[in-house]
Design a binder for this molecule. Sequence first.
Ligand SMILES: [Mg+2]
Length: 314
Amino acid sequence: MTNIIDKIKGTIYGQAIGDALGLGTEGMTEEEISQKYPNGITHYSDIFQDRHRRRWKIGDWTDDTDMMLCIANAVIKDKGVNLTTIAQNFKDWAMGEPMGIGQTTYKVLNLADYVEKPFDVSKLIWEMSYRKGAANGALMRTSIVGTFPKAVEECAVNICKLTHYDPRCVGSCVIVSELIHSLIYKDFGLSYHDIFDIAMKYDKRIIGFIDLSLSPDIRTLELQDQKSMGYTLKCLSAALWAYWHARSFEDGLLAIVRAGGDADTNAAVACAILGAKFGYDAIPEEYKEGLIYRKELDQVITGVANIINAQANL
Ligand SMILES: [Mg+2]
């Protein structure tokens, strides 16, 4: 059990740390990164304070982790997964000051009857994109689903579809959630073939991006490409790249952040996986201590641990 909790802590902290440091290069190309960070970016305090980035305090995370907490807090409150509570938490967050909210999420959460009919609303917005919209807004928050003790696939599908209806979004959420679940509860990850099989259940277009992640050179992934940087499969390939190739948590974190593009989201997903793989204790202290709202993470970890304990005692 101690090992399971250590990996759950690693997942949740990993998500927040990747998000918080990734903000530093969010939206940047390689050229901009070398201009703004001549000495590289390593710490939260290095983050270049331009108009976009100075809205967050040093050591704060962005929408990715905010929305992950919307899911976590709903599940803790209900002691299980109730989609209406999660939808309500999403809506309440969107009605506040949702810094960094993505376009698809914004459109879906702002329709009037969202909480009553989230699937209808999210499907409608997807249809209105001519079924082309497949942004990374559901993948960025799915890591918490991997910490649930059971029904991971079903939860990943449904929680994804609350805002993102495209099968590429659903498939990428299932892959990352199942991978994290396996790392936490079985102490080993998924193989290429395991991931391939999940992808085939949802959308064949996922396969090319799994294959891309096998390349040891992160530049092959073209994460900084401005046209495709918010695409769910781009983020999936970044996350899987870290899973296959990162030698440590810090190694993966810095590689993904320094590759630019949608770096906060790419690093949030990648580092949640690395946190599950290497565990909480393997994350350097400075990244954990530097998170200014880490108490919120600790509360969620306690809440999730209580749910697992209660189920174990049934
Ligand atoms: Mg973000």
